[in-house]
Design a protein around this ligand. Sequence first.
Ligand SMILES: *[C@@H]1O[C@H](CO)[C@@H](O)[C@H](O)[C@H]1NC(C)=O
Ligand SMILES: *[C@@H]1O[C@H](CO)[C@@H](O)[C@H](O)[C@H]1NC(C)=O
Ligand SMILES: *[C@@H]1O[C@H](CO)[C@@H](O)[C@H](O)[C@H]1NC(C)=O
Ligand SMILES: *[C@@H]1O[C@H](CO)[C@@H](O)[C@H](O)[C@H]1NC(C)=O
Length: 250
Amino acid sequence: MKYLLVLTVFSFFFYQVRALDLKLNGFNYDNRFDLKVNQSKTIKCDVVNNSNTETLIWYRGTQQVDIKPENSLNTSTVCLPAVAPDDNGISFTCLLKSDMTIKRSVQLNVLFEPILSGDTKTITQAGQNVQLTCGFKANPAVAMSWRQNDSIVSFPSRFEQSMSSNTWTLSITKVEMSDTANYTCVAVTASGNVTTLIFELIVGERQPGLPVEAIGGAVVVAFLIICFGLFARRQKIFKQCMKNKHNTAM
Ligand SMILES: *[C@@H]1O[C@H](CO)[C@@H](O)[C@H](O)[C@H]1NC(C)=O
Ligand SMILES: *[C@@H]1O[C@H](CO)[C@@H](O)[C@H](O)[C@H]1NC(C)=O
Ligand SMILES: *[C@@H]1O[C@H](CO)[C@@H](O)[C@H](O)[C@H]1NC(C)=O
Ligand SMILES: *[C@@H]1O[C@H](CO)[C@@H](O)[C@H](O)[C@H]1NC(C)=O
């Protein structure tokens, strides 16, 4: 038992010292890099504890990165010229070609000012249901809210605010003409930076929908009945005349 323990400790020590490993920018563990948008970054992968020339390969997410063969032996670098908001969360992984279980990853944490988007003008009629959808991208996270005509208001129950992973929506049931206003989608970072996008909502008078058609239909039917009636009468009158004519002709 004692010997087994010694052996275990010894082999652990041996393993620690001799195992082939990879370092990314000097770190021998999976790491995260905080980057500002547009910043450039070089990621360097080094083989350690190797006795032979080892070939390295890279993945960006699930896609292999093309590198020059001379940039793959024992040490390899990839350069990111300017990180973009869409690079946030992407992982770069360096792997040993001869044993792909030996790998090291770094995840990009790209920090940027919140980006808001959406269809910023809505013209509708009273009685309709309306959704103002504010798309947002942010890192770090933001708190979202809506303002009406640049004021913080407590909206009536016809208004519902809802959040998904990348949209912040104001849904209004049966809009009224008095809801006409500028609705501001507001994103606030933990440090208090505010980003806004204004959605203009214009609610016109309710256009009578179905009633107009019903009335229209009734008018058409009535008109047809009258026409048909006249036509039938005319036929009768005509026949009468013909009869009379005939009679008179006789
Ligand atoms: C890679 O490293 C090993 C061990 O240090 C060394 O023997 C070999 O020459 C190196 N290969 C290249 C291409 O640098
Ligand atoms: C918002 O402002 C516009 C223009 O000043 C005004 O016509 C409208 O009534 C206001 N809406 C609300 C809900 O306060
Ligand atoms: C929204 O704001 C714009 C710009 O300030 C203004 O011209 C417009 O009248 C506003 N619309 C409403 C509905 O308040
Ligand atoms: C807040 O906004 C200012 C001006 O756009 C910017 O310079 C600053 O870096 C921002 N701060 C944070 C923490 O995002």
